[in-house]
Design a protein around this ligand. Structure first.
Ligand SMILES: Nc1ncnc2c1ncn2[C@@H]1O[C@H](COP(=O)(O)OP(=O)(O)OP(=O)(O)O)[C@@H](O)[C@H]1O
Length: 230
């Protein structure tokens, strides 16, 4: 998959086959192309060339499959004057889906804040709304961009448990994050992007074995350092 913005090449030949039932973390330095890659999978950005395949099937320009994806953006943007209740109702109205998974709405006690306006929410509460919306329609694929940034530790634990629960149901979950200790708790595989290309894509167990490190943060640092100790 290739993508340029004007003269800037953001993705250079990224090719991955994603399969269900896994939590895959996408890591890499700022500006490496992580968000762009997630947006290509989401269909929000069209790659200039290449294909995107999930479970062996091409999903490029297949709009129907987008209803199978839940997305939690790095920074959720909502109409400031709408109340939490109205945002959730509006999205349920648009999607018209019978089955909803409102577990996070309950666990985050969002109903108690339903009459607050989006523009008046704290950053963390807005993140809770974004998380609840991402999981709301029981999607088969979840793309979570820095999901715990801004969440308090208890709220972050709730989200991590939810991620593991959905993984067990066979879903595919992609997480972008810079917090290695957290990824270690939930992810199976690590895909590292550097300058728009895949530097490595391996299971956490393999990464640790290869680098002879017990912590993911150390293993990744060693890989980024060409295999040499820091
Ligand atoms: N819409 C756009 N128009 C022009 N350039 C863009 C656009 N979106 C992203 N870029 C550029 O593409 C490059 C990759 O950005 P991207 O957001 O994918 O990085 P990232 O790996 O997610 O970074 P971070 O860790 O900081 O979130 C950056 O140089 C960015 O400035």
């Amino acid at each position: 998959m290739y993508k340029s913005y004007g003269k800037l090449q953001v993705l250079r030949g990224v090719s991955v086959e994603l399969v269900k039932g896994k939590v895959i973390s996408i890591i890499g330095p700022n500006g490496a192309g992580k968000t762009t890659m997630s947006k290509c999978i989401l269909g929000m950005v069209l790659p200039d060339s290449g294909d995107i395949r999930i479970n062996g099937e091409s999903v490029l320009k297949k709009h129907a499959y987008r209803s199978q994806i839940g997305y939690m953006p790095q920074i959720g943007r909502y109409p400031e004057n709408m109340k939490i209740r109205q945002v959730i109702e509006m999205i349920r109205d648009i999607r018209k889906e019978a089955t909803v998974d409102d577990e996070l709405i309950g666990l985050y006690r969002l109903e108690e804040m339903y009459d607050k306006k989006m523009g008046a929410l704290s950053g963390g509460t807005k993140q809770k709304v974004s998380a609840a919306l991402a999981f709301l329609f029981d999607p088969q694929v979840l793309i979570l961009d820095e999901p715990t940034a801004g969440l308090d530790p208890f709220a972050a634990e709730i989200l991590k448990s939810k991620i593991l629960k959905e993984k067990k149901k066979g879903k595919l979950i992609l997480i972008t994050s810079h917090i290695m200790s957290e990824l270690e708790e939930v992810a199976d595989e690590v895909l590292c992007l550097v300058d728009g290309a895949i530097m490595f894509y391996e299971t956490i167990a393999d990464l640790k074995a290869q680098t002879q490190e017990t912590r993911l943060s150390r293993a990744v640092a060693k890989m980024m350092n060409g295999g040499a100790a820091l």
